[in-house]
Ligand binder design. Structure first.
Ligand SMILES: Nc1ncnc2c1ncn2[C@@H]1O[C@H](COP(=O)(O)OP(=O)(O)O)[C@@H](O)[C@H]1O
Ligand SMILES: [Mg+2]
Length: 224
């Protein structure tokens, strides 16, 4: 068996306050390569904290997190940033595309602060946009695209650097049902190419398409 992409071992996250806020409480979770896991739960239950921890943006208070076989908790910030840049892509509810740049330029910008060389950037961005089926929109401004196309452009940006894990926080929250379907079809394509996907969602059509659903209630994770 290959290493799971994600192994969380009794992961706990507390925010300082009086009394401390326990946002995640002894969360254990394994996610295998090409899994598509939906995370559901009420507002304030710890979903975003889980995603930020999986994305190495937040450090747990205690517990372990192995990503692609690497124990991340003991790593220094620089090593965590390197791993984040090379293995993790983020997708959010709002697309965060720059309005005065073309779709292609927006995707190219993903690399500006990373270690990737400038050479080949345009080709890599063009390929990422092919993966999300937006080759016909390269030179368009984001404002001329449908909501679903804009989210696909944002996903292409997340695919720069060839991550093994895609972390999505309410990716279809701004989309109508037809555009939601298009994004979910894209997730299926990416999984077939070996991508592992974790999606926070309130929408049953999104969680129904996932292979697995986990629920977080008051920081406690349960498998459904
Ligand atoms: N930076 C922070 N400082 C203090 N408390 C926080 C912080 N981030 C989240 N929390 C608290 O942790 C709990 C979980 O928050 P969050 O993960 O954002 O929930 P969800 O995404 O499920 O709505 C909430 O009680 C929230 O107020
Ligand atoms: Mg949240």
């Amino acid at each position: 068996m290959p290493e799971p992409v994600i192994v969380l071992d009794e992961l706990t996250k507390e925010f300082p306050a009086d009394p401390p806020v326990r946002a995640l409480s002894a969360v254990s979770l394994r996610v295998e390569k090409s899994d598509y896991v939906a995370v559901v739960g009420p507002s304030g239950s710890g979903k975003s904290t889980l995603l930020n921890t999986l994305g190495l943006l937040d450090r747990p208070t205690s517990g372990g997190y192995r990503l692609d076989g690497i124990e991340t908790v003991s790593l220094k910030d620089g090593a965590r940033t390197t791993i984040r840049g090379s293995r993790i892509g983020f997708v959010f509810q709002s697309f965060h595309l720059l309005p005065h740049r073309s779709v292609l330029e927006n995707v190219m910008l993903a690399e500006v602060y990373g270690p990737a060389p400038r050479a080949g950037r345009r080709e890599r961005a063009t390929r990422a946009l092919e993966r999300v089926r937006l080759s016909h929109r390269l030179d368009f401004p984001p404002g001329s695209l449908s909501g679903g196309e804009r989210q696909r452009a944002a996903i292409a940006r997340a695919l720069m650097g060839d991550p093994s894990l895609l972390l999505c926080d309410e990716p279809t929250g701004n989309l109508d049902s037809r555009n939601t379907e298009a994004v979910l079809d894209l997730f299926d394509d990416l999984r077939a190419q070996g991508m592992t996907i974790v999606v926070i969602t309130h929408e049953t059509d999104v969680s129904d398409r996932a292979g697995r659903r986990v629920r977080i209630t008051d920081g406690v994770l349960t498998e459904e």
